[in-house]
Design a protein around this ligand. Structure first.
Ligand SMILES: [Fe+2]
Ligand SMILES: [Fe+2]
Length: 195
């Protein structure tokens, strides 16, 4: 298994489920509600699993990729984005399913999530692919999927986090030589301009 593949795949599944909602018969509020609830659970379990299992080793090994100058920057940004997605999901939960206000909150969640996924793919995932060993990518995938499976059955309560405090708290995970990529020991590739 590979955590980078799993995250990429779950992003595609999130895009697919938003597209499903857009095409759903608008008068079938029971169906809309069920499809949305399933997506909201996927968004939250995915975000929480990244915060628990993916970002800490990224903070330890990452060097910054694409338009992110450092792993700290990548993660701080990502946790802030997760909070924005949570806020929109929460707003949708407060509105009557199928109303204009509900659709606005759902589309706001889609916009925040799309922006976040694009950034996470070109920064966080690109950085981890270049810096982490295949063994570590496998180990993180096991922890991540274990959590996803447990929460899919139990449910999960969304909790916003302070991005700066998160990075301070989660930095310093111990890594060994085996956790590092087997390739040349060089920083990840970056863009001509950074954030
Ligand atoms: Fe993600
Ligand atoms: Fe994320």
């Amino acid at each position: 298994m590979d955590i980078c593949e799993i995250i990429q795949h779950q992003h595609d599944e999130q895009r697919r489920q938003f597209a499903e909602l857009e095409q759903w018969p608008r008068d079938d509020t029971e169906g809309l509600s069920a499809v949305w609830d399933r997506l909201a659970i996927l968004l939250e379990t995915h975000a929480e699993a990244e915060e628990r299992f993916f970002y800490p080793p990224l903070l330890a090994l990452g060097t910054g990729a694409a338009d992110a100058p450092s792993a700290d920057e990548e993660v701080e940004d990502a946790v802030g984005d997760h909070n924005k997605i949570r806020d929109a999901v929460r707003r949708a939960g407060e509105e009557k399913v199928g109303t204009d206000a509900w659709w606005t909150a759902v589309v706001d969640a889609n916009v925040a999530n799309s922006k976040h996924m694009g950034e996470e793919e070109r920064q966080d995932l690109a950085d981890f692919r270049q810096q982490a060993s295949l063994e570590l990518r496998h180990e993180v995938a096991i922890d991540f999927q274990r959590f996803m499976a447990q929460k899919a059955a139990e449910g999960i309560t969304p909790r916003n986090k302070n991005p700066e405090k998160y990075v301070d708290r989660e930095s310093g995970e111990k890594v060994t030589a085996a956790d590092r990529s087997a390739g040349p020991k060089e920083p990840s590739h970056t863009a001509s301009e950074q954030e």
